[in-house]
Design a protein around this ligand. Structure first.
Ligand SMILES: Nc1ncnc2c1ncn2[C@@H]1O[C@H](COP(=O)(O)OP(=O)(O)OP(=O)(O)O)[C@@H](O)[C@H]1O
Ligand SMILES: Nc1ncnc2c1ncn2[C@@H]1O[C@H](COP(=O)(O)OP(=O)(O)OP(=O)(O)O)[C@@H](O)[C@H]1O
Ligand SMILES: [Mg+2]
Ligand SMILES: [Mg+2]
Lengths: 228, 228
C-alpha cells in the first residue's frame, strides 16, 4: 500500500543544503505494523512527512494505494490525507486556544465525505480511548505533555484511517500509558489498519512486526521482529 | 538547597478544579542528582514549574537556597531563576523565528549580572556540547524534534547554573544521544550542580542517585538508586 522509489529530500538553509533523505526504497504491504528507528536527525520525521503527503520529495517516487503521489497538488494531497491517513505529529500540532474535544472534532470536520455524522460523540469516544475522558474541555496549555500527546493521537485515529503514521507517539508517556497506546495501535492493526510508527525506544519497537532503521537519510537495516 | 513544605497547586478550568499537587514535602541537598517519575498527569511538570519559580503554589511553602520563594513577585522570581536555575522545558519553548544560536544567546542576555561576556562564543560551545555545532543557524522549524530538544538543553546550561531542572530532556532522543545528554548532566553534577530531572524511562532514571515517584499529585516513594 506504500511504495517509495529512491525518495530524496533536500532542505535549503541559507546557502547550506541539508540532504535529509538520500534515496529511500521502502515497500509496506497493507496491514503491516512497522517501526522506524534511527538517531536524532537521521531523517525519520522527514520520511514520515513525505509518506503522510504533508510534504513533497525533492526526487524519487511515492505510490500510495497504487497511485503516484509525488507531483500531486497541495489540494489533492490534502484530500488523500484526510481520507486515508491518520497522522500523529512529533510536535502534536494542536490548535492552542481550542479544547481537546474540539481539536479532535476538527479532524472529522475536514473529512469532505463526512463519513462520521455525530462528530462530537466520535470525538468524545476517541478521547476516552486514550484515557482523557475527564480532560475534554481543557485546551492544550491546560494539559500535561503526555495528555497533549494523547489528544494528538485521538485526533489521528478518530476518522478510522486505513493508514496510521505515528511520529514518536509515546515520547512523553510513562511505561504504562505507553503500553495502553501501543495496545490501541495493535488492536487497530488487527482490524486491518496499516501502522507505521517512529520510536526511539526498543521496548516499543518490539511490539511491531518489522523494524526499519535509518541513518543519515538512508535505510541501513530492515528486519522482521523475532520472538513475537 | 531545595525545600518544599506541603506544596499544593490547584488549577481552575471553567467551574472544575484540578488538584494537580496535593501537598508535596521534598528536600534536596546541594549537589544531589534526583529523578522524578510518575504517570502522565501525575503532577511532575507542575512541581518542576514551582521549583523553577515559573509558577506560584496555591498553598504551602518553597525555600530555595535558604530563602522563601512563594510570595515573591514575578520580577523577583525571574531574577532568582536567571541567576541560579537552568530549566529545560518539556515543550522546549524555543523562539520560533530565531536561530538555535540566538535562542541560546538569549539566556545569557537575560542574566542581569552578565557574568559571561562573549555571549556568541558561549552559545556556540553550548550547542557543540549537545552535538549541534553544525545546526546553529537553523531555526526550530528547520530542526528535527530531538535537535529542538537539544537546543532547549543547551539554552538551560549555557549560564552554568547551580541548579538544573530538566523536564523530560530525552523524550525525543534515541538511546545513544540520550546517553550523551545524561553523561553531560552527570559531569555538571560532579562539578557541583544540583540536578533534578523528570523522566518516564527507567534506564535514564538509573543514572540518577535518587528516584522520587509521584502519583495523583503526591509523592508515593523516595528511594536511593541501588547498584551505582
Ligand atoms: N494550566 C492548567 N490548567 C488546568 N489543568 C492543568 C494545567 N496544567 C496542568 N493541568 C492538569 O494538572 C495535572 C498535572 O499536570 P502535569 O503537567 O504536572 O503532569 P505531568 O506529570 O507533567 O504529566 P506528563 O508526564 O504527561 O507530562 C494534569 O492532570 C493536567 O491536566
Ligand atoms: N525544514 C527544514 N529545513 C532544514 N533542515 C531541516 C528541516 N527539517 C529537518 N531538517 C534537517 O534534516 C535532518 C532530518 O530531520 P528529521 O526531522 O527528519 O530527523 P528525525 O530523524 O525525525 O530526528 P528526531 O529523532 O530528532 O526527531 C536533520 O538534520 C534536520 O536538521
Ligand atoms: Mg523526528
Ligand atoms: Mg509533564
Amino acid at each position: 500500500v506504500i511504495e517509495t522509489n529512491k525518495l530524496t529530500k533536500l532542505f535549503q538553509v541559507g546557502d547550506i543544503s541539508v540532504q535529509a533523505l538520500r534515496g529511500i526504497d521502502m515497500l509496506v504491504e497493507e496491514g503491516e505494523f512497522v517501526a522506524i528507528m534511527g538517531s536524532s536527525g537521521s531523517g525519520k520525521s522527514t520520511l514520515m512527512n513525505l509518506l503522510g503527503c504533508l510534504d513533497t520529495p525533492t526526487g524519487g517516487e511515492y505510490f500510495l494505494a497504487g497511485s503516484r503521489v509525488n507531483g500531486l497538488s497541495k489540494i489533492e494531497r490534502a484530500t488523500i490525507r484526510n481520507q486515508k491517513i491518520g497522522f500523529v505529529f512529533q510536535g502534536y500540532n494542536l490548535l492552542p486556544r481550542t479544547s481537546a474535544v474540539e481539536n479532535v472534532e476538527l479532524a472529522l470536520f475536514y473529512d469532505r465525505e463526512r463519513r462520521i455524522k455525530n462528530m462530537r460523540q466520535a470525538a468524545i469516544e476517541a478521547l476516552e480511548r486514550v484515557g482523557l475522558g475527564d480532560r475534554m474541555h481543557h485546551s492544550p496549555n491546560q494539559l500535561s505533555g503526555g495528555q497533549q500527546q494523547r489528544v494528538a493521537i485521538a485526533r489521528a485515529l478518530v476518522n478510522k484511517p486505513s493508514i496510521i503514521l505515528a511520529d514518536e507517539p509515546t515520547g512523553n508517556l510513562d511505561s504504562r500509558t505507553s503500553l495502553e497506546i501501543i495496545s490501541l495501535f495493535q488492536r487497530l492493526n488487527s482490524e486491518g489498519a496499516t501502522v507505521i510508527l517512529v520510536t526511539h525506544e526498543d521496548d516499543i519497537a518490539q511490539y511491531s512486526r518489522r523494524i526499519v532503521k535509518l541513518k543519515d537519510g538512508l535505510i541501513i537495516s530492515d528486519h522482521t521482529v523475532e520472538n513475537r
